[in-house]
Design a protein around this ligand. Structure first.
Ligand SMILES: Nc1ncnc2c1ncn2[C@@H]1O[C@H](COP(=O)(O)OP(=O)(O)OP(=O)(O)O)[C@@H](O)[C@H]1O
Ligand SMILES: [Mg+2]
Length: 619
């Protein structure tokens, strides 16, 4: 029952995003601080050049009185011999411009280097934190979300967040510095003209903010649909065999094509909106520049302003308009980043699996008790009804039941892959409620071979030793022998070092099941669960594996889910489940003697040859 994470879900938990960013900034904060200092230095250098030009034009080339200069600039000019001397040595002023340019280049170099270091460190921290968090999220959460969508959040949303911090945030600092400093310099030269220049600015900012709301919505929609597209691709690649086997390529292509077209149309729509914004914002800034030039010329003609001041003023105005326009862009980009951070935040807000306070690590070799257990999957009607049974320690329980009768679910509850809510009964091992057992301890002591075994794209050895990395060669062979996997491995030229899965040897269904059994056997767990794990092996191998298991683990409590009566008949007790309720419970002999599903299946299966595939129970 997978669900797509919708917008409501992702935007519902906004608070705490600042804290989340701070958490991600661990290790990269220092780089970004240096980076911002460099940005400030570079902005300062930008401010100084027009001043050098103004002094050169007005005081060195022109004859403006030195008294109009600030004391600091005057003493600097005097240090070089005063305006008169500098008029003959104009190269000194040119050199000053070059020196400022060098400072700016150095600042920019520092900015780039620290920005890249900070950005990469940030992305690494984000990836690590997210991966670690996702690994600890409950199985239930994983079942409810599309893998493709999660991957998209861990790739492109991380990228958006990095851009926000390493580019937009540092640019914002630079922009603010430039805004404040140009205003200070402009006010110092001509107050009325500065006020005229500032008049249209609020309109420009308001215009940007107005559009930013629209952009934010657009980005949200785009991101959500990118997630859907990724999920579609991921699902199709994983299920490539099904797609081919059913000749669904054309259908899948059409489905992808439709989603892709819709996704593209969203970007085009957003692009059109942005193009409109940028062009119309150009008109606004054009009007602002026009006002400054017209009034500036008038002030010059009236003699209220020198030519040098006018040149510097227009330069500063350029530095003012650019940041204001960038501010608009920043706001829209920030809205995109906001969406990305929210989408990551949605994952980070999901609660990790946690032990209850006081959870213990008791030995798990006692009786297993299901006490009036009822269970419903989230948003679904109840599907396990009042299950009450005891599995004595060291015994073997067989479970038989129709498809969907709740056999696997019962095992998931025992392994706490799904939590059993309070008031829905309890499951105990050796008298201890499994809710009070440390999760890690519980799972380490329950060996489970899932119904659909999954092998990683690694070597067979790595797959088998996944839970015990320091597994000895002898133990590895012994587990493989018990699972009747040795012969299969002997057939591979590289033996246990054969790469399986994608880009490696593809194992057959039965081989995969045996590998999964061997993997479980590498650990000596007091509880072992085989969820229909022998369905794809022939009856003879099934019997061999079971007898090897008996020899190997005399004392373990074994739960065997199977549709095969020959398998179940060796169990100490058999539970027959029917639509989530206990229909029969007893020894195979007892069940064989009473009317019911067990006897029905026994009759069907005893009339077919021994090694024919087990008939599926459908009820
Ligand atoms: N994650 C889930 N969310 C919602 N419903 C689920 C989920 N997993 C299983 N179910 C439903 O719960 C019921 C029991 O499923 P379960 O896998 O336990 O059956 P089963 O007895 O193991 O069947 P089979 O013999 O086919 O393996 C089914 O109706 C199934 O549709
Ligand atoms: Mg099942």
């Amino acid at each position: 029952m997978e669900t797509t994470i919708n917008q409501e879900q992702q935007t519902s938990a906004r608070p705490g995003r600042g804290r989340l960013i701070l958490r991600f900034l661990k290790g990269s904060k220092a780089f970004f601080i240096i980076c911002m200092l460099c940005a400030a230095l570079s902005a300062l250098a930008d401010m100084v050049t027009p001043q050098i030009i103004r002094v050169t034009v007005d005081h060195i080339l022109g004859a403006a009185p030195a008294e109009t200069l600030s004391p600091a600039v005057r003493s600097l000019l005097d240090a070089f011999g005063g305006a008169e001397v500098l008029r003959d040595r104009l190269w000194i002023m040119a050199l000053a411009v070059v020196a400022v340019a060098i400072v700016k280049v150095a600042a920019q170099y520092g900015f780039r280097v620290t920005n890249v270091r900070g950005g990469e460190t940030l992305v690494k921290t984000m990836r690590d934190t997210l991966y670690r968090h996702i690994e600890r999220l409950p199985f239930q959460w994983h079942m409810q979300h599309h893998t493709g969508d999660i991957i998209q959040r861990c790739t492109s949303d991380i990228e958006t967040t990095r851009n926000f911090i390493s580019e937009q945030l540092t640019s914002l600092i630079r922009i603010l510095i430039m805004l404040v400093m140009s205003m200070v310099f402009m006010l110092g030269m001509n107050v009325p003209l500065t006020l005229i220049a500032m008049l249209p600015l609020p309109v420009i900012v308001w215009y940007s903010v107005f559009f930013h709301h629209k952009f934010r919505k657009g980005f949200e929609e785009c991101d959500e649909n990118e997630g859907k597209l990724s999920a579609m691709v991921q699902e199709n690649l994983t299920g490539v065999r099904v797609v081919r086997a059913f000749g669904r390529e054309r259908y899948e292509r059409a489905r992808f094509g439709a989603q892709n077209e819709y996704y593209t149309s969203l970007w085009v729509k957003l692009g059109r909106l942005m193009a409109f914004f940028w062009s119309s914002a150009d008109i606004l800034s054009g009007v602002q520049i026009m006002l400054v030039v017209v009034f500036g010329v008038l002030y010059c003609l009236r003699g209220d302003m020198t030519s040098g001041e006018f040149i510097a003023f227009v330069s500063y105005n350029g530095m003012l308009v650019w940041p204001v326009r960038q501010l608009g862009r920043m706001i829209s980009e920030m809205s995109k980043a906001g969406v990305g951070i929210d989408r990551i935040g949605y994952i980070m807000d999901a609660e990790e699996e946690q032990d209850l306070p006081g959870a213990s690590e008791p030995p798990l070799d006692g009786d297993i008790r299901f006490e009036h257990v009822s269970f419903a999957y989230e948003g679904c009607p109840e599907m396990l009804h009042d299950i009450d049974l005891t599995i004595p320690a060291g015994s073997t329980l067989g479970i038989l039941g129709g498809t969907g009768s709740g056999k696997s679910t019962l095992m998931y509850l025992l392994d706490r892959l799904y939590p059993l809510p309070e008031g829905s009964g309890r499951i105990t091992v050796g008298g201890v409620d499994i809710r009070n057992i440390k999760l890690d301890h519980l799972r380490r002591n329950i060996g489970i071979v899932l119904q659909e075994p999954f092998l990683f794209s690694r070597t067979l050895r790595e797959n088998l030793a996944i839970t015990s990395p320091d597994l000895s060669e002898e133990e590895l062979h012994s587990a493989a022998r018990t699972a009747c996997l040795e012969e299969t491995v002997a057939g591979f030229s590289k033996g246990y070092d054969t790469f399986v899965g994608e880009r490696g040897v593809t194992l057959s269904g039965g081989q995969k099941q045996r590998a999964a059994i061997a993997r479980m056997l590498t650990r000596r767990t007091p509880i072992m669960i085989f969820d229909d794990s022998l369905s794809a092996v022939d009856t003879e191998t099934d019997a061999k594996i079971r007898s090897a298991l008996e020899k190997r683990f005399g004392s373990a409590t074994i739960i065997l889910i199977s549709h095969r009566i020959t398998t179940l008949s060796k169990a100490d007790r058999v539970l027959v489940l029917d639509h989530g309720a206990v229909a029969q419970f007893g020894t195979p002999k007892e069940l064989s003697a009473q009317p019911g599903l067990y006897r029905q299946i026994e009759a069907i299966q005893s009339s077919v040859p021994e090694d024919a595939p087990a008939k599926e129970v459908t009820k």
